[in-house]
Design a protein around this ligand. Structure first.
Ligand code: FAD
Length: 493
């Protein structure tokens, strides 16, 4: 198993996660120190989508801002994110341009609630659905964001609303806006290890561990915690889901650990949904990462791609939610399953050149005929031929009796080679649980009251996605609530 979290490494070395080295005190809210080493209006913990969106808005409001990043490289999971962003409209009018049917904020809200089995906090979901288009337009108009061709429909969404770029492209757009708003100070290799509060319980700053020792940073107006999830932290995730052992790979960056959540809980925050940890169904099977081909099985089913098991047969609706697809894959009996497509399918989102690049590397298998493809995949040829022919008939009939997939006009039958297939398998991906916030992104304490001057956003927060996040909703969530947190943290008392 290659993915061992920092916390786990510390534990294997016999060092408790929160007290590694004599420098780090046990994390808890403490009284403000006698001396501040630095002072800002707003201190932001984490340099992913949520933290950088908060930095952009807090800077726009005229606040002095610092972003703290514990890792050597900034960006966290956001920097490796696939780039699907769910919003029901945008200033480019992509849905109209590609003639992909109707959509609305209400439909996005309903899909998200249903996709999370109604565990979601409805007020937070409303904010997500209503403000996601504005977040997208902000990056397009002010950040110079460029989107990929097409508009996808991904599992659990009942409309084509998946806007596509890459994680780094969104981050670059947000950073451009932040810099134009006056943001300057990003401190890498700087880990927040403790929150300070005054005697009224207002958060006043943070203690950080740097390479040169501990420092105290004052936050005159507010602290925003945008520290991401903990999917890579085997020990921490097993507290809530004991079956998520190291036998599962993770898609996350090495810094996706639970320490910062412990720190904020110790400062009195409430948390919810910590056991709702998502498996990404179509990761690369060996290492569990999301490389570009791992996104084909997410994006291509809206245009007719088919999933098959080792026996060459379909086993689930390709437009099902991620939790349903992951469990269906595991139930097929073992690694791996496949996503099959041809040009009629992929050409609606990408081109032959991109597919060929992964054929060359061996990540995507190909065959001039289905029988040749089956040989390359190691599945029975007659079964694969039967599956694709049946699926073509399903598209023609407009009804999927076997698995109930909603059929649309954008889904194209596969009638001509060459055919392609990419291997897929579940990997631990997204934490739907985290600290409790209200619609102003204020962190709520265990008695239901906001903790003064403490805000949170992004994957660090629980309640937006219920027990299962829909594809494209995380980036939208991080940027929408990051902006809200930044604006509110920058307000003068
Ligand atoms: C491979 C991959 C692909 C994905 N693809 C998509 C997609 O296509 N669409 C979608 O909607 N979602 C996607 N997601 C999910 C989405 O990208 C994440 O939920 C999102 O990036 C989280 O952003 P964030 O700002 O909350 O946290 P992060 O981007 O993880 O940033 C948090 C940062 O905080 C830092 N940090 C933590 N604790 C401290 C501390 N104490 N002090 C200082 N720094 C700290 C971390 O090191 C990290 O850099 C994907 C996730 C992964 C892993």
């Amino acid at each position: 198993m290659s993915n061992i979290s920092t916390t786990r490494r510390r534990l294997l070395a016999g060092i408790p996660a929160l007290t590694a080295g004599a420098l780090i005190p046990a994390a808890q809210a403490a009284s403000a120190p006698v001396k501040w080493d630095k002072s800002y209006d707003v201190v932001i913990i984490g340099s992913g989508f949520a933290g950088m969106a908060a930095a952009a808005e807090a800077s726009a409001a005229g606040a002095s801002v610092v972003v703290l990043e514990k890792m050597r490289v900034a960006g966290g999971n956001s920097a490796i994110s696939g780039g699907g962003f769910a919003c029901w409209t945008d200033e480019l009018k992509l849905r109209e341009k590609y003639k992909l049917g109707d959509d609305s904020a209400e439909l996005h809200f309903k899909d998200t609630m249903k996709g999370g089995d109604y565990y979601n906090i409805p007020e937070l979901v409303r904010v997500l659905a209503e403000q996601a288009p504005d977040a997208m337009n902000w990056m397009l108009s002010k950040g110079g964001l460029k989107l990929n061709k097409g508009l996808g429909r991904v599992g659990g969404h009942s409309a084509y609303r998946d806007h596509m770029a890459t994680g780094p492209r969104y981050l670059a757009a947000i950073e451009k806006i932040a810099r134009e708003n006056g943001f300057r100070d990003l401190m890498k290799n700087t880990e927040a290890v403790r929150l300070y509060k005054d005697d009224k319980g207002t958060v006043t700053g943070v203690e950080v561990k740097t390479r040169s020792g501990l420092q105290n940073i004052e936050a005159r107006r507010g602290v925003v915690v945008a520290a991401g999830g903990f999917a890579r932290d085997v020990k921490f995730r097993m507290r809530y889901v004991p079956t998520l052992t190291e036998a599962y790979n993770s898609t996350n960056h090495a810094g996706a650990t639970g320490d910062t959540l412990e720190m904020v809980l110790e400062a009195g925050a409430d948390a919810l949904h910590l056991a709702f940890i998502q498996l990404f169904p179509t990761a690369e099977p060996t290492r569990g990462m999301i490389d570009r081909p791992a996104l084909f099985p997410i994006q291509f089913p809206g245009f007719g791609a088919v999933y098959v098991a080792k026996n060459g047969r379909r086993f689930v609706s390709e437009l099902e939610r991620r939790d349903v697809v992951s469990q269906a894959e595991i139930a097929t009996g073992g690694k791996e399953t496949w996503c099959v497509f041809n040009e009629a399918v992929y050409s609606q989102l990408t081109d032959r050149k991109e597919i060929e690049q992964f054929v060359k590397s061996g990540r995507v298998k190909t065959g001039a005929t289905l029988s040749e493809l089956a040989a390359a995949m190691g599945v029975p040829a007659d079964a694969l031929e039967k599956t694709i022919s049946e699926h073509n008939a399903i598209l023609k009939a407009g009804k999927d009796e076997a698995f109930g997939k909603p059929i649309t006009a954008a889904m194209k039958p596969m009638q001509k080679g060459p055919y392609f297939a990419v291997a897929q398998w579940p990997s631990v991906h997204h934490c739907q649980g985290g600290v409790r916030i209200n619609t102003d992104a204020q962190v709520i304490d265990v008695r239901g009251k906001p903790i003064a001057h403490l805000y949170a956003a992004g994957e660090f927060v629980g309640g937006v996605h219920g027990n299962n996040r829909l594809g494209g909703n995380a980036i939208a969530d991080c940027i929408v609530f990051g902006r809200i947190a930044g604006r509110n943290a920058a307000r003068k008392a």
